[in-house]
Structures are given as structure tokens and as C-alpha cells.
Design a protein around this ligand. Structure first.
Ligand code: A2P
Length: 338
């Protein structure tokens, strides 16, 4: 494989660090590696498989000579810098939502819709982490039976909000547990300023993302729109609810689906199990803790619908930093090189 000049933008963040370790694990053919972050991190030395690399400030970035850049530094940075990198001849795989719904930007779940990469114009988008985990299970079912409708509820971990989310959970869990009885009788004290709209420590927050239209959050709309774009089926009816849970890593999704024809558990299980990057667990319940640090999405509780017959309900859970973000960007980069 030809060696490439590779950049990670947002290299010091939760996803950026995972991108680096996945490039190392998979022996990505790197000629030169460049790491970009904010001014705050510029000059920091990072030990890598390809030798020590000094973090560069994105603001002063010169992308000349780069072949591939993996972006995960937030939507604003992507909007400003991804087009500049692409104009300099570098192919950008972007983890933000900035370009996902643009017609000239492929939205790719590696292993589900690789064909969409053909004819890209320099920027490729990585789907939202919740949609990604879910579609690893739903993609194979859509292939065999045609997805018609889906009710999906997510249980999203705090690392989906980056380092800040993880710090917040640890801090609030400790602050609230200092008054254990307060968690029982309601005399708990507000644990300081929130990253989220309500406390996440010892709690569940039925509102992940930011308020958008019709009472839904932007995370919920991503589940609707990205599912349709990835499966190439704009008519699929998706009813989403996105919930933030006090879990460090691993987004879970409970979904109930109806198809163009009835499908039973045996057929659904076989289709999912045959798909790369997914494990069906039948003897043990897969949880976020099981998913943390591994590449595969775990699927369990595959069962028949009992309201309207003929559909499937299931649970899928995946490491949102790996398949949900960093792993898929690296897989896309590998597909680009292949
Ligand atoms: P830095 O660590 O220097 O702030 P996370 O969401 O996990 O916190 O990661 C965000 C990533 O995006 C980090 O690498 C962070 O760098 C980077 N980042 C945030 N703001 C900027 C910015 N204004 N310019 C460049 N990189 C940024």
C-alpha cells in the first residue's frame, strides 16, 4: 500500500486520541503524521509509532502535502478548515455534522454503504455515533427485507460530548454521592454549573443534543436524516428519542422496526451475524461496559414485534469513540487507499 501523509485534526480530544491509537493498531500506511489542535495544545509532544510528533496549531495550519486528514475538532473548525484542506488536495474525512447532509458529500458507514464513496469531492462525512452503531445492525436487515419504519431510543454516553462530558460525569457523581441520602429523599444539591441542561450524575437525561424543530433535538434529527441518507431510502419513517445516560463510553439503542415484508428472528439474527463488524450476543446481554474499547458493535435481545406482527425489536451498543467515530473514519481512509 502506498504510504500517505496523514493529519489528525483535534488530535488531543477524546476522538482524536482514539484515532491515533487506531491508526497505530491497524498499521495504517503513514509516511508522515501531523497532529493539529488548538493554540492551547500547540507544541505538546506526542509519542507515536512513527516517532514523536509535535502538536501544531490548527489556526496556522498549512495543509500542503497532506493526503488524508481525519477531522474531529467540532463543527466550526470543520466548516472553516476542511474546505481549505480539501482545496490543497487533501481528502478530508470529517467526524462533525457540518457537511453530512450535503449532496456532494458521501455519508459512509464502512461495511454498510461503501459504494457511496465513489465520486467524492474531497470531503467525506462520518455519521453521527448513535446512527452508526444502530445502522451496523439495521443495514443488514434493510438489505434483506427493506426497512419501512423504525422507532429508536438511544442511551448515549457522556464521551459523546468529548473530554468535557467525561469530566462532568466524574465530577457530578462524586459531588452528588457526598450526600447519598439526598439522592433518595430529594434533598440533593445542584452540583454546580452544567454542561448539560440538567445533571447527568446519578441521573438520566431525556434530551441529548440541542433543541431543534418540532420539539426534537438535533441528535434526534440526525438519527432521522442520516439513516435515510445512508440507506439511500428517503421514505423510511424514523421516530427518534435521544437520551443521555451516566455511562462513560458506549452508546446503546433500542429499536423496533417494520419492513416491506415480515421477517422472523432467525432470519434477522442470521443477516446481522453475517455482517462484518457486528457480534450477535444470544447468551449474555451486551452493555456499554462490554462495548468500551472494542471495534465491533454488539447486538442482543433480537425479538419479534408483538403489537403489529412481522417486525423486529433489538438492542445495539457500540463504543462511540471507536466504531461511532474514530474507527469508522480510519476505515473510510483505508477504503480510500484501497
Ligand atoms: P485542544 O485540546 O487544544 O482544546 P474534545 O471534544 O474531546 O474535548 O476534543 C476537541 C478537540 O478539538 C481537541 O483536540 C481540541 O484541542 C480541538 N479544538 C477545540 N477547539 C479548537 C480550536 N479552536 N482550534 C483547533 N482545535 C480545537
Amino acid at each position: 500500500m502506498t504510504l500517505s501523509n496523514v493529519a489528525i485534526v483535534g488530535a488531543t480530544g477524546a476522538v482524536g486520541r482514539t484515532m491515533l491509537s487506531i491508526l497505530e493498531e491497524r498499521d495504517f500506511p503513514v509516511k508522515e503524521l501531523r497532529l493539529f489542535a488548538s493554540e492551547r495544545s500547540a507544541g505538546t509532544e506526542v509519542a507515536t509509532k512513527w516517532g514523536p510528533v509535535f502538536v501544531e496549531s490548527l489556526a496556522g495550519a498549512d495543509p500542503a502535502g497532506l493526503d488524508i486528514a481525519l477531522f474531529s475538532a467540532g463543527g466550526d473548525r470543520s466548516r472553516e478548515f476542511a474546505p481549505r484542506f480539501a482545496e490543497a488536495g487533501c481528502t478530508v474525512v470529517d467526524n462533525s455534522s457540518a457537511f453530512r447532509m450535503r449532496d456532494d458529500v458521501p455519508l459512509v458507514v464502512a461495511g454498510v454503504n461503501n459504494d457511496a464513496l465513489a465520486g467524492h469531492a474531497g470531503i467525506i462525512s462520518n455519521p453521527n455515533c448513535t446512527t452508526m452503531a444502530l445502522l451496523m445492525a439495521v443495514g443488514p436487515l434493510h438489505q434483506v427485507a427493506g426497512l419501512r419504519s423504525m422507532v429508536a431510543t438511544s442511551y448515549q454516553s457522556v464521551s459523546g460530548s468529548g473530554m468535557a462530558g467525561m469530566d462532568e460525569l466524574v465530577r457530578q457523581n462524586a459531588a452528588l454521592a457526598a450526600n447519598r441520602q439526598g439522592l433518595v429523599d430529594g434533598s440533593w444539591q445542584e452540583p454546580g454549573d452544567y454542561l448539560y441542561v440538567r445533571p447527568i450524575g446519578w441521573n438520566v437525561l431525556p434530551f441529548a443534543g440541542n433543541a431543534a424543530t418540532e420539539g426534537y433535538t438535533d441528535e434526534e434529527w440526525k438519527l432521522v436524516n442520516e439513516t435515510r441518507k445512508i440507506l439511500g431510502a428517503p421514505g423510511i419513517a424514523v421516530e427518534p428519542t435521544c437520551v443521555r445516560v451516566p455511562v462513560m463510553v458506549g452508546h446503546g439503542i433500542a429499536a423496533t422496526m417494520m419492513f416491506d415484508r415480515p421477517i422472523d428472528v432467525a432470519e434477522a439474527t442470521a443477516a446481522i451475524a453475517a455482517s462484518p463488524g457486528v457480534q450477535v450476543w444470544e447468551d449474555k446481554i451486551p452493555t456499554p461496559l462490554d462495548s468500551a474499547g472494542i471495534d465491533d458493535v454488539l447486538v442482543g435481545r433480537i425479538r419479534p414485534t408483538v403489537g403489529e406482527r412481522g417486525g423486529i425489536s433489538l438492542w445495539a451498543v457500540g463504543d462511540n469513540l471507536r466504531k461511532g467515530a474514530a474507527l469508522n473514519t480510519v476505515e473510510i481512509a483505508e477504503l480510500l487507499l484501497a
